[in-house]
Write a protein that binds this ligand. Structure first.
Ligand code: AHM
Ligand code: MG
Length: 334
């Protein structure tokens, strides 16, 4: 292969392998990449734009105070995706209700959910944050309005999922069900370049990732399992290091590349954990499984859950198969 594999070329070459492809995914992924570049720019200059950091003065659908950058990112993604005629309805973590599309654009064959800026507690500290997205084929008849039914589908029905990490570089990772590919934004030319093709989660690691500040409220078996990682009495026979950023995108990204597990469990106070099934757990679970790992809520797989509500929360344990098998056995007896 000659020359760099940029995102546009990757999409073109992947599409060539499927002669019946309609080009819908090309349009969707290209627009997500465009929105990601704009948000990346806003994130990069947030520190010098005093009107960008800080609170917006609203509370979003899950009760969190909305940061200004959250709202900017929400608008950027909506504006990039609403007019391409690929969607019948959208869901944003920033909106309580499904996001309706203007009448002339809502005829598409897909539904998309996105968390425009995840990890918002890190915004003010120049710590990595990200965008997460999840795409489903619509289930209501084409031509009519999309409904909540098109959005509320189990994760195993996702046709694409991905995230953008705004870190020391901006990276876009996605799957359309044929493995996971990672692209890094070259800021000089403004292109995403394929830097990590066909990612597989390593089955060894030095790390575990969980907010131990909540450990007093954990289930005893989980507390004992995490304690075992600080001794040599665990599957690795060595003491692991803790790594927890508090931005799911960054923590999952490290887990994809560096193995181990990331978890946001339920506890006595947050009985369903903190992460949202539709916006955070499902897309990350698809990526992790496509990379050879596992993603569970406890007894079963996240991707098998039949959703009840757009903003429903779910405990999340994801990582290498080896790590999640061991955790599931120790904590959930399976
Ligand atoms: P957000 O959508 O309001 O940003 O919250 C989700 C974030 C995740 O990115 C991260 O895994 C988690 O919240 C961290 O929560 P905590 O600060 O309780 O550890
Ligand atoms: Mg979020």
């Amino acid at each position: 292969m000659q020359g760099p594999m940029n995102l546009t070329r990757f999409i073109y070459e992947t599409q060539k392998a499927f002669p019946t492809a309609t080009g819908d995914f090309s349009a969707i992924l290209n627009q997500i990449a465009l929105a990601a570049k704009i948000v990346s720019l806003e994130v990069n200059r947030a520190g010098i734009m005093e009107d960008v950091l800080g609170y917006q003065g609203e509370v979003n659908a899950s009760g969190d105070a909305q940061k200004k950058l959250d709202v900017i990112a929400d608008n950027v993604f909506f504006n990039a995706l609403e007019h391409i005629e690929k969607f019948c309805i959208m869901g944003s973590e920033e909106n309580e209700q499904p996001v309706k599309l203007p009448a002339q654009y809502k005829k598409g064959r897909y539904a998309i959910l996105f968390d425009p800026l995840d990890g918002s507690s890190n915004i003010d500290f120049n710590v990595s944050i990200g965008t997460i997205f999840s795409v489903y084929r619509r289930v209501t008849p084409e031509g009519g309005d999309g409904t909540l039914q098109d959005l509320l589908q189990p994760g195993y029905k996702q046709v694409a999922a991905g995230y953008v990490l705004y870190g020391s570089s901006t990276m876009m990772t996605f799957t359309t069900g044929q493995g996971v590919n990672m692209f890094t934004l070259d800021p000089q030319i403004g292109e995403f370049i394929l830097t990590h093709p066909d990612i597989r989660i390593p089955d060894t690691t030095r790390y575990y990732s969980i907010n131990e500040g909540n450990s007093a409220n954990w289930d005893e078996k989980l507390a004992a399992y995490v304690d075992s990682l600080k001794t040599t009495d665990n599957i690795y026979g060595k003491v692991l290091s803790g790594r927890y950023i508090g931005s799911m995108v960054a923590d999952v990204h490290r887990t994809l590349l560096g193995g181990g597990f990331f978890a946001y469990p339920s506890d006595r106070i947050n009985t369903s954990g903190k992460l949202r099934l539709m916006y955070e757990a499902n897309p990350m679970a698809m990526i992790i499984e496509q990379a050879g790992g596992r993603a569970i809520y406890g007894e079963g797989d996240i991707l098998g859950i039949i959703p009840r509500a757009l903003h429903q929360k779910i405990p999340v344990y994801l990582g290498s198969k080896r790590d999640i098998d061991a955790l599931q056995k120790a904590v959930f007896g399976k």
